[in-house]
Design a protein around this ligand. Sequence first.
Ligand code: HAM
Length: 429
Amino acid sequence: MSKTLQAIRGMNDILPEQTPLWRYFEGTVAGLLDGYGYRQIRMPIVEFTDLFKRSIGEVTDIVEKEMYTFEDRNGDSLTLRPEGTAACVRAVLEHGLSGGGQVQKLWYMGPMFRHERPQKGRYRQFHQIGLEVFNLDGPDIDAELIVLTWRLWKLLGIRDAVTLELNSLGTSEARGRYREALVEFLTAHLDQIDEDSQRRLKTNPLRVLDTKHPETQAVLVNVPKLADYLDEESRVHFEGLKARLDAAGIPYVINPKLVRGLDYYSKTVFEWVTDKLGAQGTVCAGGRYDGLVEQMGGKPTPGVGFAMGIERLILLLETLEQVPESIARQVDVYLCAFGEQAELAGLTLAERLRDQVPGLRLMVNAGAGSFKSQFKKADKSGALYALILGDDELAQQVVGFKPLRGQGEQQNIAWSALADHLATCVVQG
Ligand code: HAM
């Protein structure tokens, strides 16, 4: 007996019952980004492994443990993208989009892959919508990214459930000075910190700051503060961002331990977190990466961006019962036809209605069937109305118009008047 085929652990099918909510979410974000002048870019899902090593950082969890890396038939090492920033920077450089100081405001959407331990809100294939902005170095654009997410939370009805955490990592020089002080402090407390933090102390000491280990957290109470090591430029930038958020009335919490899991950040970092989803509470995260383009072979080019996790935001919409009722219905009208002649007439009538009533969602019964079975299907489709076409209706050139959700009595409507009738009671109503 062959083994039943199954999807890979942590990689989910998104079933027809769920796709309306995904499309609502993606459509809402796309509409919002159009309104702010962002343009979509689509990058491949697979890139050379080196791209991620050079950008995300060799000693990050993602590159060390989580990438889906394989050799292709040419012997090249390829990786399924674990995030979108690296590929976006690569595409921008490859096509000269940031040359001559051109400002680019880009967004992308799609699956990302990380070999993490799957749990609620954490998957091995997950989906992000990401934004990246190039060639703007002021805090005004950092603020715009936050302002537009704030608007998105309102549109989605989840604003009360999310909190903004902010920090500044400073320039790489400032971070270098801080790293030295941090290593000195942690080395003096080596026997009090957990094993993983001891390892990180050697490879990526800043990551010790976001340890989940309680004993190490206790040691960190007295750790030197990154804020005390910030260079003047980063401090002014951070103050500029805070002033703008204050002016926009967006509440935030300064989290001095927010360091992020990718190496490319400088100055601003931020996360939108919720306490409604358990352990995987970060729904959107990002920051500034002013050194990344140069590090990847381009001219010095400031960059800033973020990505939101679609699965987590969808879970949040469901948890908070903020799923609009209207999105569940995918069919407005179901046409039932009884007999060969009626079926033929139904086909032409349906096509004419589709021409005449833009936006109409009309499902035509397929596979014939009795009165009872066609009505059952009409009801199951979720349609508001059934159109009934039998020999009698055909002879009179009318259809039976039957409300399926208790909005009035069945009536006959002439074919010639049907388009107008549907336009008023279905599309506008
Ligand atoms: P990130 O923090 O690694 O940043 O991921 C951004 C968001 O993707 C997270 O806040 C979370 O909502 C979602 N996410 C990450 N991993 C998973 C997972 N395994 N399962 C479900 N959701 C997940 C980045 O990826 C950066 N590229 C963001 C950025 C863009 N920074 C600047 N520009």
